[in-house]
Design a protein around this ligand. Structure first.
Ligand code: 13P
Ligand code: SF4
Length: 353
């Protein structure tokens, strides 16, 4: 076993044994029965035997949330036990950012990746924002520095900088406005001038460039989950299953999006399935989302292939309970950076797209 894996395993078992001192986390029929209403919402995607294991954690987390006045913001890529079991608000990056401005709780637990927790903190400087695993990063967020943004500005003087929310607070702070995949086109079109700088997702930028008259210049970052899909695999899939509807996320390469019947943010994808109820669907995005949509729309059949985000997968029920129990890991941002990041995020939210 490599050293890093063995350390992670030790840490995980430490958390488990520490938690066992304060909570009854053994699978039990009593815990199962006490969570039966929650289970009813996800029973078509989580087998009973798995729920037996999850139920004690879900009970403990939901009780702690009440005691501490905490709210859990769960991204669409969370596994179904987190998404359906303990999240108070679920959605895409834009919905979670807006929810963070309205949340009526003293503590926000971000069930998602670190940049999302930073967005919540920037919008709520007085609240405690927790992330259950601070190593839940993002290949896009780590692909660019503030110095890179400065270079882009120098290369294209006067062009506004639109940064994807999948960035650190430091990057948001040096941008003019943020965008998500749900509103990128409208954000770009709302800006003055012919040229717009988009960073850091090159695929999103190219997909937007295909839909706007603006000249888009961009950074060469990519999402490690979406860049793996290929147009060839979608063509093969379609030739085997021509009756399926293919829905892709705009973080996918342009030729992948071109093969799809519809492209949109994770929430746009959910809405498309909810409203159109296609018989069979391929969601060209992170795997966990298919289970979450399937729980809501069981009559739709979800087909592979899909890719897992190793960062999103770091968030587990166990770590959420640990986070609430120990009030760790707290997300902090330098106040000056937070203020500038908030300005760029708020400017996006104020467009009300
Ligand atoms: P959205 O939820 O905004 O579509 O973003 C997808 C994503 O990759 C988040 O990390
Ligand atoms: Fe980042 Fe891609 Fe994972 Fe989203 S799915 S957190 S964009 S690596």
């Amino acid at each position: 076993m490599d050293l890093q894996i063995s350390r992670a395993a030790t840490q995980q078992s430490d958390i488990k044994s520490q938690l066992a001192k304060s909570f009854d986390l053994e699978p039990s029929q009593a815990a199962f029965d006490a969570t039966i209403d929650i289970y009813a919402k996800v029973s078509n995607v989580i087998p009973e035997a798995d729920w037996m294991r999850h139920a004690p954690y879900i009970l403990a987390i939901n009780k702690l949330k009440k005691e501490k006045n905490a709210a859990i913001l769960g991204h669409n890529y969370m596994t179904a036990d987190i998404y359906g079991g303990v999240s108070d608000v679920v959605g895409d990056s834009l919905q979670l950012a807006i929810a963070a401005t309205k949340v009526d709780a003293d503590i926000i637990v971000q069930a998602g990746v670190h940049f999302m927790a930073e967005t919540s903190k920037a919008l709520n400087p007085s609240k405690t924002v927790l992330i259950p695993d601070s190593s839940a990063g993002c290949s896009l967020a780590s692909s660019i520095t503030a110095a890179d943004i400065a270079k882009l500005r120098a290369e294209y003087p006067g062009a506004p900088v639109v940064t994807y929310v999948n960035t650190t607070a430091e990057i948001k702070a040096v941008s003019d406005i943020c965008c998500t995949s749900a509103n990128a086109l409208e954000v770009v079109n709302s800006l003055e001038g012919d040229t717009v700088i988009m960073a850091p997702d090159a695929h999103l930028a190219r997909n937007i460039a295909n839909q706007t008259d603006k000249r888009i210049v961009y950074w060469e970052g990519a999402c490690i989950v979406h860049e793996r899909f290929t147009a060839q695999e979608l063509r093969e899939f379609r030739s085997h299953t021509p009756e399926a509807t293919i829905i892709a996320h705009p973080e996918c390469p342009v030729d992948v999006v071109a093969e799809a019947d519809f492209a949109g943010s994770t929430n746009d994808m959910v809405r498309y399935v909810r409203e159109n109820k296609p018989e069979k669907v391929l969601l060209v995005t992170e795997c966990s989302m298919s289970a979450n949509v399937s729980a809501e729309v069981p009559e739709v059949e979800f087909l592979g292939p899909c890719n897992l985000c190793p960062y999103m997968q770091k968030i587990t029920l166990e770590k959420i309970l640990w986070s609430l129990h120990t009030m760790s890991e707290e997300v902090t941002i330098d106040p000056a950076i937070a203020e500038d990041a908030r300005r760029a995020i708020q400017r996006m939210i104020d467009l009300k797209i």
